[in-house]
Design a protein around this ligand. Structure first.
Ligand SMILES: [Mg+2]
Length: 426
């Protein structure tokens, strides 16, 4: 058996953890640029807000119900996520982290599974302070279904188990086909057009039919919903492309400011490249004005190059970014968006060396590992290319007007208690 542990309204729960005054209040966390709602408390849902609402459209509800709006503080969420995963890891033989707020755990060999699930829930509440919902079933897709029930109906007290054939059928009959894990809008439309509306009706279709209309992805889901495990989530995902792009807080016009923004995106992307244990040889970039601006003032340009040597160092690619930007930058335009894309990855442990490469790649890898370790400990942005700060007070940084104070990884943000003549940090 497996279980899916999913944190409830995770970003909001993290904010409530460091600011308990927000408990029981309508609270929303906003996306990059403080644009749309990405996480919200039950009280915020009760006043009619939902995920995906644009902030500027719901200003009246925010004021009328005194809704607390917060910018996304991802350093904080990453830290709390680590704590959640460590606690779960202590209680079960094996976990695979699926996203920052959910993980699958393998419960095979555990005698009382229901008791274990409640133990996970209680431990996380007590040791980390984050409420979770747990779905237990024989496959991961069924765990997802069970988890939705655990979240939706308070009667389950946070734990829903699909452990009999009768429960499986009942749960699938009550699940819309569009709510199945991995069934996107286009698959959902195909199924609806063939009068398949519930997850149960989907499982009644012949296997060959599913393969014909929904390919092998749909077929795997179909097997999983029958109770036959075939989705593997433990394999580290190696992406073929890593893109980092943002809409700026305000449009920018200067070359240097645009360059500092691009290097910032390059640095964020390079961390992801290193995380998947790759080196990159493909570097692409684009700059763009707003698509809503006057047609005469619109401009978009992009460039792609193959680097001479595969690298994992932002400093090394920054030089190329400057050359590419020189090539495409035109003054007189107000740029509102830019991005960096990496591709053509090579594995770090099996990379082709070049006779003419004069860089010490072993040293470069050691340096990158040291930077990543420092950032894991003290928060992202602790070490960065100096050029990023040229635009520190610039306009390109996304708006984050309502950011909660800093990272939990910094000692200065810990609560200090004076005991006797000693300071104790909590
Ligand atoms: Mg969640």
């Amino acid at each position: 058996m497996f279980c899916l542990v999913d944190c409830n309204s995770f970003f909001v729960a993290c904010e409530q953890l460091i600011n308990p005054r927000l408990m029981g209040k309508p609270v929303v966390v906003l996306s990059s640029n403080d644009g749309i709602i990405v996480s919200l408390s039950a009280q915020a849902k009760a006043v009619g807000l939902k995920r995906g609402d644009a902030k500027f459209k719901i200003q009246d509800i925010i004021e009328r119900h005194n809704v607390h709006c917060l910018s996304g503080n991802h350093d904080l969420y990453d830290d709390i996520s680590d704590r959640v995963m460590i606690e779960i890891g202590k209680l079960v033989p094996h976990i695979s982290v699926y996203s920052c707020d959910e993980c699958f755990a393998n419960l095979s060999g555990i005698p009382d599974i229901q008791q274990k699930a409640f133990q996970i829930r209680e431990t996380l509440l007590r040791n980390v302070g984050i409420p979770v919902s747990i779905g237990v079933a024989s496959t991961k897709a069924l765990c997802k279904v069970a988890n939705k029930f655990a979240k939706k109906h308070s009667g389950y007290q946070g734990v829903c188990m699909i452990d009999t054939e009768e429960k499986r059928i009942k749960a699938l009959q009550k699940t819309d086909v569009g709510d199945i894990w991995g069934i996107g809008r286009s698959y959902s439309e195909i199924l609806n057009s063939h009068a398949v509306n519930t997850a149960y009706e989907f499982t009644l279709k012949p296997r060959a039919w599913v393969r014909k209309y929904l390919s092998v992805v749909g077929e795997r889901l179909w097997c999983e919903l029958q109770g036959e495990p075939c989705i593997i989530t433990d394999m580290p995902e190696v992406k073929k492309q890593i893109l980092n792009s943002r809409t700026f807080g305000h449009p920018i016009t200067g070359f240097d400011e645009l360059l500092s923004a691009l290097v910032y995106f390059a640095d964020l992307g390079m961390k992801k490249v290193r995380k998947q244990k790759s080196l990159t040889r493909g570097l692409g970039m684009f700059i763009s004005t707003s698509r809503f601006s006057d047609p005469d003032l619109r401009y978009y340009a992009s460039r792609y190059i193959k680097l001479p040597y595969a690298t994992l160092d932002t400093g090394e690619v920054s030089g190329y970014i400057r050359i590419l930007l020189n090539d495409i930058f035109k003054s007189g335009y107000a740029y509102s968006q830019a991005g960096i894309v990496y591709s053509d990855f090579q594995p770090q442990d099996n990379c082709q060396l070049h006779l003419l490469d004069n860089k010490d790649r072993v040293k470069q890898l050691r340096l990158a590992k040291a930077i990543d370790a420092i950032e894991d400990r003290f928060g992202s942005g602790t070490i960065k290319p100096a050029i990023i700060d040229c635009g520190k007070n610039g306009n390109w940084r996304p708006k984050a007007q309502f950011l909660s104070p800093g990272s939990t990884r910094l000692l200065e943000n810990a609560i200090k208690v004076n005991v006797g003549n000693k300071n104790v940090y909590l």
